[in-house]
Ligand binder design. Structure first.
Ligand code: SAJ
Length: 414
C-alpha cells in the first residue's frame, strides 16, 4: 500500500488526505496545530463542509488515516499549507511552504515523490522547492521527484469539485508528472492535464487572475451604469445571452484567500503589469464606492445606524478571510456611523454578530455585502417595518429581487 504524508490539514489538505485515504492509500496527515490533530484523532472534523465528516468516518473505519504533529517517512509527501500574501511587499510569503519542505528533508528517501498543492509563484518548484529538498543529499529528477498539482476546488463545494474538476499536473520532469498523475487518478474523475511544474504554477495563478480582472470589469461597468441610471443586473443578464460574453457579477469587492491575492503572485516579479494591478485596485476600492452610496442615503440623519447584511467573503459560507465587509465597516466607523452586523453563517468575527432583529431594529440603512441565500428569501417590507429609516443598499442584488421597485445596483430601494 502506498504511504502518503500530507503536510497541512486545512480546507484543502485535509479533504485531499481523506480522499486518498478512502481510495486505497495509507495516509498520515500532519499539522502543527495540536487542536486540529487532537480533534481528528477523535474522528471529528475541525471544520465543516458538505461531505467532510462522512469522508473522515470512512477513513476512520478503514483505519487508513491518522493525524499527527510530526512528519514521518512515506512514499509520497503532499504539501498543502497556506501561502499568505505579504501585503507590504505585494508578494507571496513562502514561509510555510519552505518550512514544510524543510520538515520533509530528514525523511526523504530514494523514489519518493513530493507534490506541492499550495499556490506558488512560477518557478517555485524548479528553484526554491528543489534546492531545499536537495539539502537531503538526494538529487531531484534522479533520486526523488517533485511536481505541482494546484488545488482548484471552490470553498463551499470543495469535495464535489476535488473529485470532479479537471486537474493540472506539472512535474519537474516527465517521470514526476506521470507518477503524480497515477496517484491522483485514484480519486479524480475529471481529466488530468499534464504539463511542466512552472506551467502548472502559472495556470493556477492565471485562473484566479482571470476571475479577478473580470470581476473588476463588472464592477467598473456597474459604476458606469449608475451614471446612466441603468439596471446593471438586467444589462449583464441580457449581455450574457451573447454566446461569447460572460460578464461576471459586480459587488462590494473581492474577498477570500485566493482571488484577492493570487494576482499579486503573478505580478510580484515584473514591473510591466498594468491591467492585473489596475483590476486589483478597482476591486479593492469597491467598499469605498458602496460606502459612498450609504453616505448619500443617510445624509442628514443624526448618528446613523448602519446594518451590514453579511460579512462572509461570499454567500452561504462562514469564511470571512479578506472579506471586503471589513474595509467597509472600518471606513463606516471612521464616518462616525454605528455599525450592526447580521450574518446567518458567521460565528466568529472581529465585530459582534447580532440576531436579525437586534441588527435591523431602529436601523437607518441596511447594506447587503454578501449574497447568502437567506437574504433572497427576505421580504424588504418586513425589514422596513423594523427600521427607523427605510434605506437599503444592495450591492449583491439579493434583496432587490423581492421588490417590484428599484433594482439598481447599490441604489436605495426605499
Ligand atoms: N465575486 C464577485 N463577482 C463574481 C464572482 C465572485 O464579486 O462574479 C467575489 C465573491 O463575492 C468573493 C470573491 O469574488 O468575494 C471570490 O469568490 P469566488 O467564488 O470567485 O472564488 P473563491 O475565492 O471562493 O475560489 C476561487 C476559485 N477560483 C476560480 O473560480 C478561478 C476556486 O476554484 C479556487 O480553487 C480558489 O479560488 C483557490 O483556492 O484558489
Amino acid at each position: 500500500m502506498i504511504k502518503l504524508c500530507v503536510l497541512g490539514l486545512g480546507y484543502i489538505g485535509l479533504p485531499t488526505a481523506l480522499l486518498f485515504a478512502n481510495n486505497g492509500m495509507d495516509v498520515v496527515g500532519v499539522d502543527i496545530n495540536e487542536r486540529v490533530v487532537n480533534t481528528l484523532k477523535d474522528c471529528k472534523m475541525p471544520f465543516e463542509e458538505k461531505g467532510f465528516q462522512e469522508l473522515l468516518d470512512g477513513a476512520c473505519k478503514k483505519e487508513s488515516f491518522r493525524a499527527s504533529t510530526k512528519v514521518e517517512k512515506a512514499d509520497v509527501f503532499l504539501v498543502a499549507v497556506p501561502t499568505p500574501f505579504d501585503a507590504e511587499l505585494r508578494m507571496a510569503d513562502l514561509k510555510y511552504v519552505v518550512s514544510a519542505c524543510e520538515m520533509i528533508i530528514p525523511h526523504l528517501e530514494k523514489g519518493n515523490i513530493v507534490i506541492i498543492e499550495s499556490t506558488i509563484p512560477p518557478k517555485t518548484c524548479e528553484k526554491r522547492v528543489r534546492r531545499i529538498l536537495e539539502r537531503s543529499g538526494l538529487k531531484a529528477s534522479q533520486d526523488f521527484y517533485i511536481s505541482h498539482c494546484p488545488e482548484r476546488a471552490i470553498p463551499g463545494n470543495t469535495l464535489h469539485e476535488m473529485v470532479n474538476n479537471d486537474r493540472v499536473i506539472g512535474g519537474l520532469d516527465e517521470k514526476a508528472t506521470e507518477l503524480t498523475r497515477d496517484l491522483y487518478s485514484s480519486f479524480v474523475k475529471g481529466n488530468l492535464y499534464l504539463t511542466t511544474s512552472t506551467t502548472a504554477e502559472m495556470i493556477k495563478l492565471m485562473e484566479n487572475t482571470y476571475r479577478d480582472v473580470n470581476i473588476a470589469l463588472a464592477n467598473e461597468l456597474s459604476m458606469l451604469a449608475e451614471d446612466y441610471d441603468i439596471n446593471i443586473w438586467e444589462a449583464i443578464e441580457i449581455a450574457n445571452k451573447h454566446p461569447r460574453v460572460n460578464i461576471h457579477k459586480p459587488g462590494p469587492g473581492v474577498g477570500g484567500h485566493c482571488i484577492a491575492i493570487d494576482p499579486w503572485f503573478l505580478t510580484e516579479n515584473t514591473s510591466d503589469s498594468s491591467l492585473i494591478t489596475l483590476a486589483r485596485n478597482i476591486n479593492d476600492s469597491m467598499p469605498i464606492h458602496v460606502l459612498k452610496k450609504v453616505k448619500d442615503l443617510v445624509n442628514g440623519i443624526e448618528n446613523p445606524v448602519i446594518t451590514v447584511f453579511g460579512v462572509a467573503y461570499k454567500g452561504d459560507i462562514a469564511d470571512t478571510r479578506a472579506t471586503p465587509a471589513l474595509k467597509f465597516i472600518k471606513l463606516a466607523e471612521k464616518e462616525g456611523f454605528t455599525i450592526r452586523i447580521y450574518d446567518p453563517f458567521v460565528k466568529e468575527f472581529e465585530y459582534p454578530i447580532l440576531s436579525l432583529e437586534e441588527a435591523v431594529k431602529g436601523s437607518d440603512c441596511i447594506v447587503v455585502l454578501t449574497d447568502h441565500s437567506e437574504f433572497r428569501e427576505m421580504n424588504p417590507d418586513d425589514l422596513y417595518h423594523m427600521m427607523k429609516n427605510p434605506n437599503i443598499v444592495d450591492s449583491k442584488n439579493v434583496l432587490s429581487k423581492q421588490t417590484g421597485l428599484e433594482l439598481n445596483y447599490n441604489k436605495s430601494i426605499a
